[in-house]
Design a protein. Structure first.
Length: 253
């Protein structure tokens, strides 16, 4: 999905919601455990219920890889279900990959060729050659970690050099030499609030994937106040706050 198509989806639906499919078998309604594939059954119900209201889905690979082959089968079938039953949704592999060039090339092949997804989250801290292979696919997106929503983000991302430039600012500036607003987004946590002003100063036109609204306590109002652009420029993700709204049999409703 290219930038224009994504923007059209957002304005047509009047939504910038991304639903995170962080499916934990220990948290899903108990009656689903009787299903042959409980994770897939849960995902299908959530997808059907939320598809009219969101523009994107973000399965987190950790919640599928932890179950081995069965989990990866559920991941693959979830992707197929979205594509076949709710086409037009932007699909993000929340995989946080990033390694030396040849390894990254294989990761890119996994998500962009094997699964044919729209985007993948990538860690930038091994530099250009670890990111570049993901940017070589037309119509695909890299979503680069910039300023994350977790408490530990302050350990490194906010450290300053002698000139007072913070590490996340270096990431934003340097990475724009590799990609463009047409194939490069950034992860910026909703818990960072007013820091979106600093992000927009350095990346005024790039889309931002924003986790941390809901269960992590981020403010949607602040995200919109400081982060929104004429093209919207935001994909705001909620995972636990949506998918675990209920454990009853009508959980999807």
């Amino acid at each position: 999905m290219n930038r224009r198509q994504l923007i059209n989806q957002i304005f047509t639906k009047k939504s910038f919601l991304c639903v995170g499919l962080d499916t934990d078998i220990n948290k899903i309604p108990g009656h689903l455990l009787k299903e042959e594939d409980p994770v897939l059954a849960f995902n299908k119900a959530i997808i059907d219920a939320t598809a009219p209201y969101c523009v994107a889905y973000k399965p987190n690979l950790a919640f599928y890889e932890c179950y081995g082959l069965k989990g990866m089968s559920a991941f693959e079938k979830t992707i197929q279900y979205i594509k076949e039953n709710h086409p037009g949704h932007f699909i993000i592999a929340d995989a946080k990959r990033g390694d030396i060039g040849n390894t990254s090339k294989m990761y890119a092949q996994t998500f962009f060729e094997e699964y044919n997804l729209d985007s993948v989250t990538v860690a930038p801290y091994m530099g250009e050659d670890s990111v570049r292979p993901f940017l070589e696919y037309n119509g695909k997106w890299v979503i680069l970690l910039a300023l994350t929503s977790n408490k530990g983000s302050h350990d490194f991302q906010l450290t300053e050099d002698a000139q007072g430039e913070r590490l996340f600012e270096k990431v934003l500036k340097k990475s724009q030499e590799w990609g463009t607003p047409d194939n490069l987004m950034y992860v910026v946590g909703a818990t960072q609030g007013k820091m979106f002003e600093d992000i927009r100063r350095l990346a005024p036109d790039h889309f931002l994937l924003v986790p941390g609204v809901g269960a992590q306590g981020g403010s949607l109002q602040e995200v919109c106040k400081y982060g929104i652009t004429k093209d919207c420029g935001l994909l705001v993700n909620s995972s636990r706050g949506i998918i675990y709204a209920s454990k009853a049999e009508n959980f999807a409703r």
